[in-house]
Ligand binder design. Structure first.
Ligand SMILES: O=C(O)CCC(=O)C(=O)O
Ligand SMILES: [Fe+2]
Length: 207
């Protein structure tokens, strides 16, 4: 366990192999629909290199809606209670105390060997509750910065399969991104034979 910045904690190897396997299976189902996993199109016309599917609320740049107007007009799958429980356990372990937490959305990103994510803030939520991030599959370089700029100072962290990363408190609106994935570094025993899955649990503050 390592505190990267106040409120930002990296817990390597937090998920068991069984938990990772279960999440991979669930992600495969969620990727099928009702709103399929797809490359999000940005307002600029650019296309994100990661593929994304959401639970509870559908995120598109830069808002959450119940219905995926930009994909197929369907409502995303529900956010399961067991995933909220997992989020509460994650926070308790990362922060060393029980924290009330009612996540109502998850963004599930799949990175192939070339995919990356530029430096950004998670700021479409109307809540300052922590973000819980779970990684499975190939290791990536995760860049965790500051709340003021996309640039330095930042800390580079390798997120490997099973790692937990939490960012809340003074770090909740810090810029962060994924400059690189390291292909072939994941354990196929998770059920993911290539690429990287990342799940972020969030509180939208919407209703
Ligand atoms: O893939 C990651 O580790 C980070 C994903 C992320 O920042 C996001 O979905 O907003
Ligand atoms: Fe993010």
């Amino acid at each position: 366990m390592r505190e990267i910045a106040p409120g930002a904690v990296h817990v390597p190897g937090w998920l068991t192999l069984d938990e990772q396997r279960h999440l991979v299976q669930e992600c495969r189902e969620w990727a099928r629909g009702p709103v399929p996993m797809r490359h999000t199109v940005l307002p600029s016309g650019g296309v994100m290199s990661v593929q994304t599917v959401c639970l509870g609320w559908h995120w598109r740049p830069y808002a959450y809606t119940r219905v995926a107007h930009d994909v197929n007009g369907r409502q995303v799958a529900a956010f399961p209670g067991w995933l909220a429980d997992l989020g509460r356990r994650a926070l308790a372990d990362a922060y060393g105390r029980d924290v009330p937490y009612e996540p109502d959305t998850a963004l599930i990103n799949f990175y192939d060997g070339q995919a990356k994510m530029g430096m950004h803030q998670d700021k479409d939520e109307r809540s300052d509750a922590p973000v819980v991030s779970l990684s499975i599959g190939d290791t990536c370089l995760f860049r965790f910065g500051n709340t003021e700029t996309r640039g330095r100072p930042y800390t580079d962290v390798r997120l490997a399969s099973g790692d937990l990363f939490v960012f809340g408190g003074p770090s909740r609106f810090a810029y962060h991104g994924v400059p690189k994935v390291y292909p072939g570094t994941g354990d196929p025993a998770t059920g993911l034979t290539s690429g990287r899955l990342n799940l972020t649990l969030r509180v939208t503050g919407l209703r």
